[in-house]
Design a protein around this ligand. Structure first.
Ligand SMILES: [Zn+2]
Length: 135
C-alpha cells in the first residue's frame, strides 16, 4: 500500500474514536512523521460547543505536544463520514498555516469525494508570523 493509502487508513481508524454526540459528524485525522511515527486525531465534542476540538487540530497538536515540528510532518490526512468533501474549518486552516509547511500534502476524503491539497491552496494570503513583522 502506498503512503497516502496507509495514512488515509490510519485517519479512518482514528475516526472510530471520534466523540460526536451532538453533530453525529465523525472526523478522523492522522499526521505522518519523517521518523515513521503516526499521530492520530479525532473530533471531540462537548455540551459547551465552544469547547469542541476538530480532528485535524488534535492530530497536529498531538505531534507538536510530542516535540515534533513542521519539518518532521510529511503529510496530513483528514477523513469524515459525510457525503460532501471534508475540508478543514477556518480555525483549523489558520492553525495549519502556522504548524505545517505550506506545501505539505493534505489528503482529504469523505464517503463520496476525495482531494489532495496543501494549506497554501486552502488558505492563501494567510495571516502568519511574518504578518507580525514591522520592518
Ligand atoms: Zn476545524
Amino acid at each position: 500500500m502506498d503512503e497516502k493509502k496507509v495514512l488515509l487508513e490510519k485517519a479512518k481508524e482514528a475516526m472510530g474514536n471520534a466523540y460526536a454526540p451532538y453533530s453525529n459528524y465523525h472526523v478522523g485525522a492522522c499526521v505522518a512523521l519523517t521518523d515513521g511515527t503516526y499521530i492520530p486525531g479525532a473530533n471531540i465534542e462537548n455540551a459547551a460547543y465552544g469547547s469542541c476540538m476538530c480532528g485535524e487540530r488534535n492530530a497536529v497538536y498531538g505531534a507538536y505536544s510530542r516535540g515534533y515540528r513542521k519539518e518532521q510532518i510529511q503529510a496530513l490526512a483528514i477523513v469524515s463520514d459525510g457525503k460532501k468533501l471534508v475540508t478543514p474549518c477556518g480555525a483549523c486552516r489558520q492553525v495549519l498555516a502556522e504548524l505545517l509547511n505550506p506545501d505539505t500534502p493534505i489528503y482529504l476524503e469523505s464517503l463520496e469525494e476525495g482531494m489532495d491539497t496543501t494549506i497554501r491552496e486552502l488558505l492563501p494570503f494567510a495571516f502568519d508570523t511574518e504578518s507580525l513583522e514591522k520592518e
